[in-house]
Design a protein around this ligand. Structure first.
Ligand SMILES: Nc1nc2c(c(=O)[nH]1)N[C@H]1C(S)=C(S)[C@@H](COP(=O)(O)OP(=O)(O)OC[C@H]3O[C@@H](n4cnc5c(=O)[nH]c(N)nc54)[C@H](O)[C@@H]3O)O[C@H]1N2
Ligand SMILES: Nc1nc2c(c(=O)[nH]1)N[C@H]1C(S)=C(S)[C@@H](COP(=O)(O)OP(=O)(O)OC[C@H]3O[C@@H](n4cnc5c(=O)[nH]c(N)nc54)[C@H](O)[C@@H]3O)O[C@H]1N2
Ligand code: SF4
Ligand SMILES: [Mo]
Length: 897
């Protein structure tokens, strides 16, 4: 801890994505928190993305859960935890250990996870503990275990910088792992030979650095990578000696992949033979190749096969575990890896041990001194909620995840929670859709209020540190679990006096009976005292020696796999045609993320800065599909499957693939009328990993007709949005709302209900266009402004939002608000691209036409992209678009004039 006597700066780790950036958090005298990237942390060397740098704005206590509640009424810890212990014990007594379950999260800390897993598998005696990592990393875990015999990520972040070819498969790195993206961007700028290939049905922001974008048909990756394996064999690009010395099953895998028929692969993937051949040739001739993959690979009913098809190509070329080479699974959540280390999945044990292995079970049970040990796999997430719906789960504890929004068939999940007799939810906020289904609500300590460790994508363990007091009666998750365990009669095994004690046990388990037979070993941290745990610098595992060592930690360059014969397994996989187009559901729903929001928005949704980039649920769709459905830009549309429907705004773009619609996963019932896209997603899973295919659901779309559309800015948070469509977001100085309604709701009355009674109204009605604008005033201060029209409203959002923070307005200016557009001396910014400096697309395009041709030049004149850098890929895309339309000479002339 450093800083002046009144200010303290603490080194901690970002609670969002799996990059695991080091953060310096400074608690200021006025109680605010300053956030900066930790220049010494090897994941980010000082960088932070838009979400990380806005962390200080998400720490308010608004909507925080501060006290335990039973049946919606305030309670206390003693009553709440006694009730939880009693209900779980009774269910186990009456219906057996498999009648209870935990559903946890890659966002709890390793210590929390360790305690949850220990209680369920060693003391309750069931393996019914699963986690949202099932929706995230399960296919990677399964693919790793099939190939390597262990869940090992062989490489490191440095490999992404030192390779000559980076293949990004199903990864929107620019938006989802922005700091890694920036590291790659910088490496590419320094290495003119470096090439980047993006394999993704959509043209994403990540394509801004791509030399080749392969916009393949959804779920055809196996065909592409099998073709690559066959091509490598046919062009003698294999590493025969590596294959012979360190692998099993090559011939079978090659037979399943061969021959390399480019035309067939072209039919299967929808890619041109030329692009396929270019890609294959590039891989064949580039020794230093890294294939990084994420949810476009994992979240598929053939996800595990996709993972192994990729790994096969690396094993065949011996490009694994060497600097600049290897398959690399980018993890999503801050502690996806930590959860895997402690065995937090229903099909794992602990410390990377195997639940089906009796020796492993004995090792764990011995260290835990536990009465029982689960000997078979438990229920995986989708099956777990299905069992709850079926009445088989009598008590369920949900921790740090929001399944009513994030699991497929999300309405079915809500039904399951209604059926389940006893549901416990530990969360930090009450503004999460799952909270409504809790019988007992437990207030958890949030980021900055608790201590523990997380592991990032490159196996680096870092400390999250506390710098804030616990608000209200909140408690860390491990504490809640350990207390319930003690109340269930397991006093000795759960008498931890702090997270350091849990961590020491976790270290001991990693070393137990581990003579090199298991990858996860951190015995160098054995018996780490509390003070050293507190000061722990980040370390990569393995750390199997006597002391911590900071040298290279790659796996498998010289074999040494964790299979019975020490060799890696090629897995013979074959392409399966994705589901045929159905007449009633002819499009494929693809889902995923946007740049500035995190999952169900319970934290990023608190800040206006992160809401300014995209403030409404939308569907990205191809112009042809839009035309076929009679949908125009900005229309409201329904996306529907046999499971449910959602209502979103149409964003028509040729960056989308024809036949696919992309909808982000972030919108919930808290912030929109019907934006929960997981209500539409099919609960179909990969047979090996149990991971849902969240990127592929057959759907139908249609335009929704409304009598009126509206946009509003309001000082106070709107709460009575009883209209057909709405989506709200915070904006500086208040709230913004997108609206639409039918004839039954009169827009004027609607506006009147949302404005405080004593406001003075000004309004303007345009008889020819049907536009209606209403502004409510407290004297010279704006209480709210409404812009209504028969069609989607074209008012400039940044301008309208700016009215809330404008200096007091003169009477004349007050009327100008009713004009519904920025005055001529204040041109429209366009959609916000740079959320740090609130720079819009129109401003960037204007500078580009004036001659700014590089992201750097835009930064120099507008500051855009010069703080966190998360928007740089979008600026590049805008520059490319302008360049396409403006011949270079014109730009030069414009600059000269
Ligand atoms: N801003 C932001 N960043 C995040 C998160 C967040 O919520 N917001 N969440 C974090 C988490 S938990 C995760 S798991 C990661 C996810 O990170 P990513 O996996 O990069 O993100 P997604 O947007 O889910 O999906 C990536 C891409 O897969 C593509 N895709 C869909 N189908 C296919 C297919 O069949 N083949 C291929 N090759 N690609 C396909 C999609 O079009 C999409 O662009 O992000 C992490 N980082
Ligand atoms: N359609 C579709 N669905 C998806 C995906 C997709 O791409 N498409 N992606 C999937 C993936 S990869 C993931 S990882 C999941 C994520 O989905 P979720 O895990 O459901 O999403 P979050 O919003 O991160 O939920 C975390 C919850 O924990 C709370 N919380 C935060 N900190 C703490 C804490 O310290 N303790 C406790 N007890 N609670 C805390 C938050 O307030 C929030 O309610 O979504 C999955 N669902
Ligand atoms: S890239 Fe962004 S979200 Fe991910 S850890 Fe770093 S700062 Fe946090
Ligand atoms: Mo994830």
């Amino acid at each position: 801890m450093t800083g002046t006597s009144k200010e303290k700066t603490v080194k901690t780790t970002c609670p969002y994505c799996g990059v695991g950036c080091g953060v310096l958090a400074t608690l200021k005298e006025d109680g605010s928190v300053g956030i900066a990237g930790d220049p010494d942390h090897p994941a980010n060397y000082g960088r932070l993305c838009s979400k990380g740098s806005a962390l200080g704005e998400t720490l308010s206590l608004e909507d925080r859960l501060l006290h335990p509640e039973i049946d919606g009424k305030r309670s206390d810890w003693d009553s709440a935890l006694s009730l939880v212990a009693r209900k779980f014990s009774e269910a186990i007594r009456d219906h057996g250990p498999d009648s209870v379950a935990f559903y946890v999260s890659g966002q709890i800390l390793t210590e929390d996870y360790y305690v949850a897993n220990k209680l369920m598998k060693g003391f309750i005696g069931s393996a019914n503990i699963d986690t949202n990592s099932r929706l995230c990393m399960a296919s990677s875990v399964a693919g790793h275990r099939r190939a390597f015999g262990s869940d090992t990520v062989p490489g490191t972040y440095e490999d992404l910088e030192t390779c000559d070819l980076l293949v990004l498969v199903g990864s929107n790195l620019a938006w989802c792992h922005p700091v890694l993206f920036q590291r790659v961007e910088a490496a590419k700028a320094n290495n003119p030979n470096m090439r980047v290939v993006v394999v993704d049905p959509r043209e994403t922001a990540t394509c801004a650095i791509a030399d080749l974008h392969l916009g393949l048909k959804p779920d055809t990756d196996v065909a592409l990578f099998n073709g690559l394996l066959a091509f490598l064999a046919e062009t003698e690009a294999l590493d025969r000696s590596y294959i012979a010395a360190h692998t099993n099953g090559f011939e079978e895998a090659l037979a399943a992949a061969s021959p390399c028929e480019i035309n067939r692969i072209s039919d299967q993937t929808g890619l041109t033979p030329h692009d396929i051949a270019t890609f294959y040739t590039l891989v064949a001739r580039t020794e230093k190749t890294v294939t990084l993959y994420s949810q476009g690979v994992n979240q598929s009913v053939v996800g595990t096969d996709k993972v192994n098809a990729i790994i096969n190509t690396h094993l065949a070329t011996g490009r694994i575990g060497k600097p600049g080479m290897g398959p690399f699974s980018a993890t999503g959540q801050p502690n996806a890896m930590g959860g895997r280390e402690v065995g937090g999945l229903a099909n794992m044990l602990a410390a990377h041990m195997v639940i089906e292995n009796p020796e492993h079970r004995a090792l764990v049970q011995d260290l835990w001194q536990s009465p029982v040990i689960a000997s078979k796999q438990g229920l995986k997430a989708v099956d777990l909620f299905e069992a709850a719906w079926d009445g088989k789960i009598k008590a369920l504890w949900i921790m740090a995840t929001n399944p009513v929004d994030s699991l497929p068939d999300a309405d079915g999940v809500a039904e399951a929670l209604k059926t389940c007799p006893f549901v416990v939810v530990s969360d930090v906020t009450r503004a999460a859709d799952t909270v409504a289904y809790a019988d007992v609500l437990l207030p958890a300590a949030a980021w900055g209020e608790k201590d523990g460790t997380v592991t990032n994508s490159e196996r680096r363990i870092s400390r999250q540190r506390k710098f804030l007091d616990l608000p209200g009666e909140t408690k860390p998750d491990w504490w809640q679990l350990a207390d319930v365990a003690r109340r269930m009669g397991f006093e000795d095994a759960f008498s931890y006096n702090g997270p350091d004690a849990v961590f020491r046990e976790h270290v001991a388990l990693s070393a137990a009976g581990n003579n090199g037979s298991r990858d996860f070993n951190i015995s160098a941290l054995k018996d780490i005292p509390a003070a050293a745990y507190n000061d722990l610098e980040s370390v990569q595992w393995p750390q199997a020696g006597a002391t911590v060592c900071n040298s290279e930690t790659r796996f498998f360059a010289k074999g040494g796999f964790f299979t019975p014969n020490g060799k890696a397994n090629f897995i013979a996989v074959s392409h399966k045609d994705p589901r045929k187009r159905e007449r009633r559901f002819p499009l494929v729903l693809n889902t995923g993320r946007i740049r500035d929001h995190w999952h169900t928005m319970t934290r990023t949704g608190k800040t206006s800065r992160l809401s300014s980039h995209i403030a409404e649920p939308f569907a990205e769709l191809h112009p042809q599909d839009a035309q076929d459905a009679g949908i125009n830009p900005a229309d409201l549309m329904e996306v529907k499957s046999p499971y449910g429907s959602a209502v979103v705004r149409a964003q028509i773009t040729d960056r989308a693939q024809k036949g696919s619609v992309f909808v982000p996963m972030h919108w919930t019932d808290q912030v929109s009328s019907k934006g929960r896209i997981d209500a539409v997603v099919a609960p179909e899973t990969d047979p090996v990993s149990g991971q849902p295919g969240s990127k592929f659901t057959p759907v139908a779309i249609r335009k929704l007709e409304f009598s009126w559309h509206g946009f509003a800015v309001l000082k106070d948070k709107p709460d009575q949005l009883d209209t057909g469509y709405w989506a709200t977001a915070p904006t500086e100085g208040g709230w913004r709302a997108e609206l639409a309604g039918d004839r039954c709701t009169n827009p004027e009355d609607f506006a009147g209900r949302l404005l405080p009674e004593d406001t003075e109204f000004l309004w303007f009605e345009d008889g020819t266009t049907g536009a209606l604008r209403i502004a409510g005033w407290f004297g010279a201060e704006l209480a709210g402004a409404f812009f209504f029209a028969p069609d989607p409203v074209a008012v400039s959002r940044p301008w309208a939002c700016g009215l809330l923070t404008a200096e007091t307005l003169t009477k004349d200016q007050r009327y100008r608000v009713l004009a519904g557009r920025p005055p001529a001396d204040l041109p429209d910014k366009g959609a916000i691209v740079c959320s740090c400096f609130q720079v819009g697309s129109a401003e960037i395009a204007a500078e580009a036409t004036k001659g700014a041709t590089t992201v750097k030049a835009i930064g120099a004149c507008l500051k855009a992209g010069t703080n966190c850098g998360s928007c740089r890929s979008e600026i590049q895309t805008l520059l490319d678009a302008v360049a396409k339309e403006t011949p270079r000479e014109d730009a030069d002339i414009a600059q000269a004039s």
